[in-house]
Design a protein around this ligand. Structure first.
Ligand SMILES: NC(=O)c1ccc[n+]([C@@H]2O[C@H](COP(=O)([O-])OP(=O)(O)OC[C@H]3O[C@@H](n4cnc5c(N)ncnc54)[C@H](O)[C@@H]3O)[C@@H](O)[C@H]2O)c1
Length: 255
C-alpha cells in the first residue's frame, strides 16, 4: 500500500523506532525513510533488520541505521539512544513500537512471566521517553508516539499481561503530556485494531478469526501496517502540532 502524503517537516528529522525490523515497525522504518527522515531503529531480529536496511539501500533511499538491542535491557536501550545522538544527532521523533502479544493462560502465569510482559510491552517505553526527552528539549520540541492496542478495549482475553501493559501505555501518554508540553514535546498513543502483519497471519488469524474481525469492524477491509503508519507519520509531523495527550484509534471502527 502506497502512502501519498508528504510531510516536509519530517525531512532530515532524527526518528528513533523500537521494534523496527518486522511487522508494523518495518513499514514505519520504510515510510519515515521515504519522507527523508534520518531513521535509527532497534530490534532483536538482526537478520530481518539487516535485510530491511539492504532493501532501503537498494531502493536508493537514505539508509536507516540499525542498532541491535533488546529493549528489555534498559541500560542497553539508554546506551543506544546516546549513540544515535552521537552518530546522527538529537532524536526529535520517538516511536515506541516494540511489543509482544504472546498468548498466556492466566492460571499458569508466574511472577517472572508477568514481569517479562511488563518489560517488553510497557517499561521500555517509559525509559526511552526519559532518555529522548533531553534530546527534544535541546531541539525545542519533539513528538512521542506510543503504541497501545484495541485488544483490551474489546475485552480480548488470553493475554492479561499484554492487555494490562497496553492499558498502561495510555496512562503513560496522558500522565506525561502536561510536563512534556511545557517543552513543546507532544506525546500520543496510537491504538491499532487487528493488523494483518505476516506474524499475525502466521500465528493467530485463521478463517474464523478473520470473520470475527470483519464482523467487529464498521468497514471490513483488513487493516494493513501502512494504515497505522499513516497515522504515525501525521502525529510525528508538524501538521499535528497541537495534538497531544490523546489516543488515535485506527481499527476500522471495531471499538
Ligand atoms: N499487529 C496487530 O494486530 C497489533 C494490534 C494492536 C497493537 N499492536 C501493537 O503494535 C506494535 C507493533 O506490532 P506488530 O504486530 O508489528 O508486532 P510484531 O510482534 O510483529 O513486531 C514487533 C517487533 O518488536 C521486536 N521485538 C520484540 N521484542 C523485542 C525486544 N525485547 N527487544 C527489541 N525488539 C523486540 C520484534 O522482533 C519485532 O520486530 C506492538 O506494540 C503491538 O503490540 C499490534
Amino acid at each position: 500500500m502506497l502512502l501519498s502524503n508528504l510531510y516536509p517537516s519530517l525531512q532530515n528529522k532524527v526518528v528513533f523506532i523500537t521494534g523496527g525490523a518486522t511487522g508494523i515497525g518495518a513499514v514505519l522504518v520504510e515510510q519515515f525513510v521515504k519522507q527523508g527522515a534520518q531513521v535509527a531503529f532497534v530490534d532483536i531480529a538482526e537478520q530481518e533488520a539487516n535485510a530491511l536496511v539492504e532493501r532501503c539501500t537498494q531502493a536508493h533511499w537514505l539508509a536507516p541505521r540499525f542498532y541491535p538491542c533488546d529493549i528489555t535491557n534498559v541500560k542497553a536501550l539508554q546506551a543506544v539512544i546516546a549513540q544515535v545522538k552521537q552518530d546522527i544527532g538529537a532524536i526529535s521523533v520517538l516511536v515506541n513500537n516494540a511489543g509482544s502479544d504472546e498468548r498466556h493462560d492466566y492460571t499458569q502465569v508466574t511472577e517472572e512471566y508477568w514481569d517479562s510482559r511488563m518489560h517488553v510491552n510497557l517499561k521500555h517505553s517509559f525509559f526511552a521517553i526519559q532518555a529522548c526527552v533531553e534530546h527534544m528539549k535541546a531541539l525545542g520540541g519533539g513528538s512521542i508516539i506510543n503504541f497501545g492496542s484495541a485488544s483490551w478495549h474489546q475485552r480480548q482475553g488470553g493475554m492479561p499481561g499484554y492487555t494490562s501493559a497496553k492499558a498502561g501505555i495510555e496512562g503513560l501518554s496522558r500522565g506525561m503530556a502536561d510536563e512534556l508540553g511545557a517543552h513543546r514535546i507532544r506525546i500520543n498513543t496510537v491504538v491499532p485494531g487487528w493488523v494483518m502483519t505476516e506474524r499475525q497471519m502466521r500465528m493467530w488469524v485463521d478463517k474464523a478469526t478473520q470473520q470475527q474481525i470483519e464482523n467487529a469492524q464498521c468497514i471490513d477491509d483488513h487493516l494493513q501496517p501502512a494504515d497505522i503508519a499513516a497515522m504515525v507519520l501525521f502525529l510525528a509531523s508538524d501538521d499535528s502540532r497541537l495534538c497531544t495527550a490523546q489516543k488515535f484509534i485506527v481499527d476500522g471502527g471495531a471499538i
